[in-house]
Ligand binder design. Sequence first.
Ligand code: ADP
Length: 504
Amino acid sequence: MKDIRVLIIDDEEVIREGVQRALRGRGYNVAKAENGEKGIEMLQEDDYKIVLLDLMMPGIDGFGVLEWIKENRPAIEVVVITGFATVSKAVSAMKQGAFDFVGKPFTPDYIRIVVGRATERIQLEEEAKRLREEHSLSLTAIENEQSRLKTVFGCMVEAVVITDKQSIVVHHNPAAIKILEIQTDPFIGKLFSHSILDDSASSMVQQAMEKSVVVTRDFPPGAISRKYLRAHCAPVTAENGKVIGSVTVFEDISTHKEIDRMKSDFVAMVAHELKSPLASIEQMIYALQVGCKYEAEQACNKMHTRMTIRTKDLLQMIDNLLNLSKMESGTVEFQLEPVRGHEILDTILDIISHQTESRQIELSYEPCEEDWIFNVDYDHIRTAFMNIISNAVKYTPDGGKVTISTNVKGGFVNLVVKDSGIGISQDDLPHIFDRFFRVKGKATRHITGSGLGLSLVKEVVEAHQGYIDVQSELEKGTTFTLSFPILMNTTDSPEALDSAAVKT
Ligand code: ADP
């Protein structure tokens, strides 16, 4: 340990020397000042722990120095020395804050005892200060930790419910009320089973505490709330290893379950969609192999055509799937170029008219007079138009009507596809652009599809700064309107026609 610094302020040299001798070699570093002024000067310069102070000195006397010390160096312990010691002077010095007093003459032993007591007091005070600081640091650390935990607890999207050993709820986070749809007010202070009525939830908490293990359980919608929940219940143990309660975390896994279901539906649907045309192509190949020799050439040609159509349908579906996944991952690059609108529609109508003819659907095309050009990715736009028009045919019963018209208004071209088909209910209408959504019902049961066409159309239309509108009435029909900004109306600028891309 470092020597304790002691300052003796006394005008009598013999006293100064005497004190120095008494304390020498006992762990003190003693300095001397012959009057009050010098003493204060030395106190300002160095860090002393104990001051032995003569009360009666010329110039600034002991009381003056004591006052200065208490004001400027309150941690210093002052022991007053006076040759004319009267108890009253010593008492008033102590009232002013002196720690102790020594009367002259004094023995070296006595000085050592008094200074030793002052040293002990300093050390005790330093220890108390250290403990106070440590205590306040750990209090701050606990408060910070609590505030961190409180924030984590409050921000958690999962529901957390804490119980005591008797399964009484002692704490929960705000998400618990929402996710578990708790009606009980208050939730805290009541049995877990009072607010969460499912028996298997209560037994999960019991089991976790009794067996001291983490128990995980799934709760389908309706068990605890309208959501699909997964709960993990863990016992809480005290230092001695005894179980003192439980913590249960409930996560809402409805979305995962829905995605799982959609994935399974999708795999089943894709398998079905791929299998049935492939099976009929296979049959036709077989029929051609074994029977072509005997069949009339016309019948063989018919089969070839049907096979080609089936194969094209398959390719179309696979294209839709690939395009959608590319658009979702943002890897599609649209190759924009000026395209003549009528041109694109003519190629589609050419294909579609075969289908409408075979099903006695009346197909009418009412193009606007202007020949318009728009800046688009030819292949993607063609796929989008094809999806809308083939849907109109697909969802219109035999003998119905499909009308395709265009008009140019306010810098936009509108492609209007109207059918007299099965229509879409107002409940289903908001979902038809969702991926994999298909209206379920008697009217659509035998119509095949992937539920991807319209989501792809929407992505393509929006990527071309266009918009899409749909009006529908159940059993009356549906009208889709696709609008795109046009580059130019070629009635105003006929030469633009020549530079526009024409594809066949
Ligand atoms: P799908 O491959 O099933 O046709 P889409 O994404 O193209 O998928 O369409 C989604 C759903 O919207 C269809 O399953 C169908 O129920 C409905 N739908 C789309 N177009 C029409 C329409 N013209 N008439 C009636 N229902 C339609």
